[in-house]
Design a protein around this ligand. Structure first.
Ligand code: ADP
Ligand code: MG
Length: 343
């Protein structure tokens, strides 16, 4: 019965993994960025389709530059030519530069030079495994974002000739989302939903003038089950959680956000963190950063930032809200009463 109620309410709202089907919108989805990307526009059909063509083209173009798994991408060339200065375009320079900000504010817990460790665990792949300590140690010594050399005058980037690999997986979807938002601004679109694998942007308001309702996923529920909703406009909502990509062995869960100091998946009290911000790059970077910092430190960080809100869910089913959500500026509605909102 509970499942049935969840399903019924679920179709009425947007969640980080599904979007309400609306007869007024034109939606398109595709498997890109190693996830499902879905965009809904509320213009007339012809205009929407033209814009969707251009937006999906932009996502493909970005993927071909920033994905280290795409042969000949700029990221792949940086990783393959370690020790050399590699020419890159302005946006590749920018995404790497922005990622360094999250390293700075997290004392190096967020670190895009973590690629080799990501590959070692292979949590995003078909055969993930717990590596040997020696294997971890051999890679950990080379993870160090301060060793990335950005030469903005000559537009080159170089990384040391070690085991280092750059992986922008923790920020790329947010960065690409912001590029799409710029496109929507240029086109003077009123309403749109961007969903890059759960990295959401609720653009404008709904056509009827009301706020978008976004479901916050229940980190212990099934896909499509959520514990509450937030109502927003012109905002990105990005969630990082221990349920997103993981494997289990001997009753332990190993998820995809790795601590570069220990070499293991981060194991603090957080089950998931949703960040709300106008910049999706900021929301994406901060959701991973917060996951690594843990609830207290992460909340202190977010409370010090203007225009950024957070919903943090701990493994003991407590919900911590930042002040702008607590005070009702951004309405949050708890649905699953197994969870407790901390006052
Ligand atoms: P998702 O990719 O599910 O949206 P995140 O934005 O939190 O989730 O990013 C997780 C990804 O970031 C991992 O799959 C990996 O590629 C990369 N990553 C893992 N640990 C770190 C880290 N400590 N710092 C930076 N990037 C990381
Ligand atoms: Mg992220």
């Amino acid at each position: 019965m509970k499942r049935l109620i969840f399903c019924m309410v679920f179709i009425l709202i947007i969640t980080s993994s599904c979007i309400k089907k609306n007869p007024e919108s034109v939606s398109r989805s595709d498997f890109l960025l190693n996830t499902i990307v879905e965009i809904s526009l509320y213009e007339d059909e012809k205009t929407s389709n033209q814009m969707l063509d251009e937006m999906f083209e932009e996502i493909r173009r970005c993927e071909n530059k920033y994905s280290r798994y795409t042969q000949e991408s700029e990221m792949a060339r940086i990783n393959e030519n370690r020790g050399c200065q590699v020419k890159v375009s302005e946006d590749t320079m920018e995404i790497i530069e922005k990622s360094l900000y999250f390293s700075e504010i997290s004392g190096g817990l967020f670190d895009i030079t973590i690629g080799a460790l990501v590959d070692l665990w292979n949590i995003n792949g078909d055969n993930p495994r717990i590596p040997q300590q020696e294997e971890i140690d051999a890679i950990l010594k080379d993870i160090d974002y301060t060793k990335i050399i950005l030469d903005k005058e000559n537009n080159t980037i170089s990384i040391p000739d070690t085991t280092m690999q750059i992986d922008t997986g923790a920020i790329a979807k947010g960065y690409i989302t912001d590029r799409l938002v710029m496109y929507l601004n240029e086109k003077k679109v009123d309403s749109a939903i961007l969903n890059l694998g759960g990295n959401l942007y609720l653009y404008g308001r709904k056509k009827d003038g009301s706020l978008w309702k976004v479901g916050i996923r229940d980190p212990f529920g099934l896909q499509g089950e959520y514990l509450g909703t937030v109502s927003v406009e012109n905002l990105s909502v990005v969630t990082s959680g221990i349920y997103e990509r993981y494997f289990e062995e001997n009753g332990e869960r190993y998820h995809h956000i790795l601590n570069p100091h220990t070499g293991f998946p981060e194991n603090n009290m957080l089950a998931s963190v949703s960040i709300l911000a106008e910049s999706s790059t900021l929301a994406d970077g901060l959701s991973t950063t917060a996951s690594l910092l843990g609830p207290e430190e992460a909340m202190a960080l977010i409370e010090n930032m203007d225009g950024v809100e957070a919903i943090m869910i701990t493994k003991d089913k407590k919900i911590y809200l930042s002040s702008g959500i607590k005070n009702g500026e951004i309405p949050f509605n708890l649905i699953n009463k197994e969870y407790t909102v901390i006052k």
